[in-house]
Structure formats: structure tokens, C-alpha cells
Design a binder for this molecule. Structure first.
Ligand code: DOR
Ligand code: ZN
Length: 348
């Protein structure tokens, strides 16, 4: 239980179970921000040259560790990007590595740098069998890529077309359904067994699809899966605050240079590396559920991934501040989610 007063909350140091930190100069800009908020993070492997092997994950991990500010304690939890050609051997190497914690499924074409992703899960059946056997979780981007399917239905259709057959064939495969965005998906996870859990982002808890169009098109509210209806948002808030152990924090913080989002074909992704914890706290406070915050941000994910819970604490204080309009991102800048809005909580 957090030590909770009106003015401050003390909770176990949280983890981010879905994070894009990119690479090179951009990584050096955003990594310290995440490391300030979180003790560990599941690092997404969708680099321009995707992290498709344990060897690439090892090298990426080294680059992340080297980019951390001195004396900062932060553990990158690595993932390997599944392709049609991933070998069974790679799954066993991943399981034996000690630092690869999931294999990531991007349906080919679903999102940023997903072209090398899986075209049909049938190509991965031997790999999935090995994962079911050695307990390696499958982290998945749950949207179909069929251009005939409406963008707002891609997650629901994924459940029918991909997830149900997958879980029928691999009932004990441990799955993390990433960045839930619909009531349908919440209901599905709620009704399913202990082999499936889900992450929820700050943006899907705070905003519905109107945010993308309020007063003109607002590219910094565009992410994938796209924000959905108010009914969906409310179902997500209910799930996050419900104390169901199979829902946990995964920010999907996905920095893109400002100019790559503000253009004719802008990239998907919301940046919350600066302030995800304050955003989550805002949602939980509004819902009168601050008592459930620690389980969602600091316990449930660690338990599902079979990691020890963090031992240190963080404090959130009632202290109003304004989210900046931009932050440095390599040689460019990134616009944080809810830029220029006020937050009542500050991580100290
Ligand atoms: O909005 C998103 N941005 N969704 C994803 O799935 C990928 C991410 C990115 O890497 O930019
Ligand atoms: Zn992501």
C-alpha cells in the first residue's frame, strides 16, 4: 500500500513494460528521462535495422548502458524482434541470455519499422512452440494490417483473426497484449486466463480520439494503435485501476523528431519519457484510485515477467507544473504528450 496523503504518495519504484528509446543521439536525449522515472523498461526492438537476434540485442543493451548517466540505476529489459525467419535456436539463446525478456511480434507493416515483421504467424509455429516450452513471453502489437479493415477496428479484428487461433494452438504461451486501446480488448483480457496480460499507455487512459482533431489536426496525439472512443477510454481506466494483476504500465513512449510528425505523412507515437508517471497518477487520482497506482506501475508487470519487484521507492508530490512545448531529441526536438498542459503531480 502506498503511503498516501493528499499532498504526496510514496510507491515502489515503477517499471515501464513498453518503451522505445531509439539509438544514438536520440537515445542519449531520452534515456536519462526514463531512467529518472523507472527502474527498468522493456526495450522495443524496432530500430531502423531491427533487433532480430540475441547478438543484436546484446550490442543494443551495451549501447543503452553506455548512454546512462553515471550512478543512475536502470535496467534495460531487452526484446528480440520476430520475423518470418527467426530460428528456434534464437529463442533458446534468448531464454538463456538472462537479459532478453520477450520476443516482439510486429505484424509486418503495422507500425514504425515493422516492415521486417511477421507476415503470417504460421511461419513462427516452431518458434512459438519453443517459447511456450521455455516460458519466453510473446509481446505483441495487436493490430491487423489488412487495408480493408477500418483503422478503429484493427485491434478488435486482431483478436478474432490472430489472437484466438494463437491461444487455441499455444494455450500456455505467455502473452503480453501491448498498448490496449479498446473495450473489446479489455473484455477479452479480463475473460482470459493467467497466460495473457496487457500493458496500457498514459495516452489511451487520458484521451479519446477527439484529441487528435481538437481545433485542427494534432499530430502529437497520433499513435498506433490510434486513440479510440470515450467508451473505450473509460474501459481502459477501469481496467488499469481495477487491481486485476494482468494489467500494468507500459508507456509506449515513442519519440519522433517534431518535423517528422508535423508533415504530410507524420509518424505515429506519443512521447511520455518525461512525465509518464505524473500522467498515470493524474488518471488514478481522477478515478479516486490512488491506492491502486502502485500495483499497476510497480508490481503487476514485474510479477507477470517473473522479475523481482523493485526495492527502492519514489515520491510523487502535489506540485503544479507545465509540460514543456519541446525537449531536445538528438539534433532536433520532440513534443511531449499534452505539451503546455498543466500537471498537478511531480515525481521528485
Ligand atoms: O505509435 C507508435 N509508435 N506505435 C508503435 O507501435 C510504434 C511506435 C514507434 O516506434 O514510433
Ligand atoms: Zn510501441
Amino acid at each position: 500500500m502506498p503511503n498516501q496523503t493528499a499532498q504526496s504518495i510514496t510507491i515502489t519504484r515503477p517499471d515501464d513494460f513498453h518503451l522505445h528509446v531509439r539509438d544514438g543521439d536520440a537515445m542519449r536525449s531520452v534515456l536519462p528521462l526514463t531512467a529518472r522515472q523507472f527502474g527498468r523498461a522493456i526495450i522495443m526492438p524496432n530500430l531502423p535495422i531491427p533487433v532480430t537476434t540475441v547478438a543484436l540485442a546484446t550490442a543494443y543493451r551495451e549501447r543503452i548502458l553506455a548512454a546512462l548517466p553515471e550512478a543512475v540505476q536502470f535496467e534495460p529489459l531487452m526484446t528480440v524482434y520476430l520475423t518470418d525467419h527467426t530460428s528456434v535456436d534464437e529463442v533458446w539463446k534468448a531464454a538463456g541470455s538472462g537479459y532478453v525478456h520477450a520476443m516482439k511480434l510486429y505484424p509486418s507493416g503495422a507500425t514504425t519499422h515493422s516492415a521486417a515483421g511477421v507476415t503470417d504467424l504460421k511461419h513462427c509455429y516452431k518458434v512459438l512452440e519453443a517459447m511456450q516450452e521455455n516460458g519466453m513471453p510473446l509481446s505483441l502489437h495487436g493490430e491487423v494490417t489488412d487495408p480493408e479493415v477500418d483503422i478503429f477496428d484493427k485491434e478488435a479484428v486482431f483478436i478474432d483473426r490472430v489472437l484466438l487461433p494463437l491461444r487455441r494452438d499455444f494455450p500456455e504461451l505467455r502473452i503480453v497484449f501491448e498498448h490496449l486501446s479498446t473495450k473489446v480488448a479489455v473484455d477479452y483480457v479480463n475473460s482470459a486466463d493467467e497466460f495473457i496480460a496487457a500493458t496500457i499507455t498514459p495516452q489511451h487512459l487520458l484521451f479519446n480520439r477527439n484529441a487528435i482533431f481538437q481545433g485542427g489536426i494534432r499530430p502529437h496525439y497520433y499513435c498506433l494503435p490510434i486513440l479510440k472512443t470515450e467508451e473505450d477510454r473509460q474501459a481502459l481506466v477501469k481496467a488499469a485501476t481495477s487491481q486485476n494483476k494482468r494489467f500494468f504500465a507500459g508507456t509506449d513512449s515513442a519519440p519522433h523528431p517534431k518535423e517528422n510528425k508535423e508533415q504530410a505523412s507524420g509518424s505515429g507515437g506519443c512521447f511520455t519519457g518525461l512525465h509518464a508517471m505524473e500522467l498515470y497518477t493524474t488518471v488514478f487520482e481522477k478515478e479516486n484510485a490512488l491506492d491502486s497506482l502502485e500495483a499497476f506501475t510497480s508490481f503487476n508487470g514485474a510479477d507477470f515477467y517473473k522479475l523481482p519487484r523493485n526495492k527502492t521507492k519514489v515520491i510523487l508530490k502535489k506540485e503544479p507544473w507545465e509540460i514543456p512545448a519541446t525537449l531536445p531529441l538528438g539534433s532536433s526536438v520532440v513534443v511531449p504528450l499534452a505539451y503546455k498542459e498543466k500537471l498537478d503531480w511531480k515525481l521528485v
